[in-house]
Design a protein around this ligand. Structure first.
Ligand SMILES: [Zn+2]
Length: 336
């Protein structure tokens, strides 16, 4: 293949074989100064798909930033077929404030896509990002984490009814895929609707760089590049076992029924059996102990990190696995 195209956006173009680091203005501060997001466009010498990688649509979700930066700046792209659009920090005002939402009226940037030129400030920011850097793409990976105080094992969220989303989700080589369309206004949902199949990768906890997740995600990105013919030297990975969880059957977080201090007996990624103890909640005198057990056999996809709960606070995200998946997990975990 050759005849690669330039990547164009409002205010610039990046020719095949070129890499550009751009600070792109998406809004203005109270003082009229530009608010700019960092964008790196890597346009390969050879033709191929255009893939965006985005992170920190929620400003305190940091793991993905390191994934996107590493792909954009530490990888050798001399054999890249196609274009990478790297958007490590979508929500710059939230990132600076180290909070999830845009500080402007606490709006969720990830419910404001595809945006509008005459809408709220959040929608205008979303529109600027969407029109220039999302719509020109063929595929997308949007990186998220759990909120502060909880950790997610790395998993992919995708609406598998879309064939390309399914290919993308499977190529990412995660053990767990949750088959669920994103909510309206999310980058994942709106990009897919606009013809740019996009999946979300959930990994770890907010406010952290967690190396094991970052490394796992980088393997996933390389596998995606292989699947879509963007890097000849890369290979498509198989994660060893896979659980595809139907979003409709997905159980929400198991919640505490009492307030207290939590002693977690398990770890995210663990297979737990029906009746097995997940956590114990105790009062300050340790005179009352509430044991939280697994209501069914499943995989602990998410777990609290902050060991303090009120009644109703989430403890863990347990997803049901079928017998075949359970045996595959048991086999993998028992192998050296
Ligand atoms: Zn998020």
């Amino acid at each position: 293949m050759s005849d690669a195209d330039p990547f164009t956006f409002d205010g610039g173009r990046v020719d095949p074989g070129e890499t550009e680091n751009i600070r792109y203005t998406v809004t203005e501060t109270y003082l009229g100064d530009p608010v700019r997001i960092p964008v790196t466009i890597v346009n390969g010498e050879q033709a191929g798909p255009t893939l965006f990688l985005s992170a920190a649509a929620h400003g305190d979700e940091l793991n993905g930033i390191e994934v996107v930066r590493t792909v954009g700046h530490s990888w050798d792209h001399s054999d890249l077929c196609g274009t990478l659009v790297c958007l490590p920090v979508l929500n710059v005002p939230g990132f600076i404030a180290q909070q999830r939402y845009l500080p402007i009226y606490d709006r969720d940037l990830n419910r404001s896509f595809p945006g509008a030129t005459d809408g709220t400030s959040a929608k205008r920011i979303a529109h600027s990002i969407f029109r220039n850097f999302i719509q020109p793409c063929d595929l997308g990976l949007d990186f998220h984490t759990s909120t502060r105080g909880r950790t997610n094992m790395l998993h992919v969220r995708a609406g598998l009814a879309n064939e390309t989303s399914e290919r993308l989700a499977k190529a990412f080589a995660s053990n767990v895929i949750i088959d669920k369309q994103g909510p309206s206004g999310s980058l994942r949902f709106e990009a897919t609707e606009a013809g740019v199949p996009t999946v979300a990768v959930e990994m770890g906890e907010a406010h952290r760089f967690q190396r094991e997740f970052i490394d796992e995600a980088l393997v996933g990105v390389e596998s995606v590049l292989a699947e879509f013919g963007m890097r000849e030297t890369a290979t498509v990975r198989w994660p060893g076992w896979r659980a595809i969880i139907a979003g409709s059957e997905e159980k929400t977080w198991i919640r505490a029924d009492v307030g207290g201090l939590v002693d977690v007996q398990t770890s995210y990624g663990d297979l737990v059996y029906e009746g097995e103890t997940i956590a114990r909640i105790t009062n300050p005198f340790q005179t009352e102990i509430t044991t939280v057990t697994a209501p069914f056999t499943g995989l602990l996809v998410g777990l609290l990190e902050n060991p303090l709960v009120y009644p109703g606070n989430p403890l863990c995200h347990l997803v049901k696995v079928d017998d075949r998946t359970r045996r595959a997990i048991e086999y993998t975990k028992s192998s050296p």
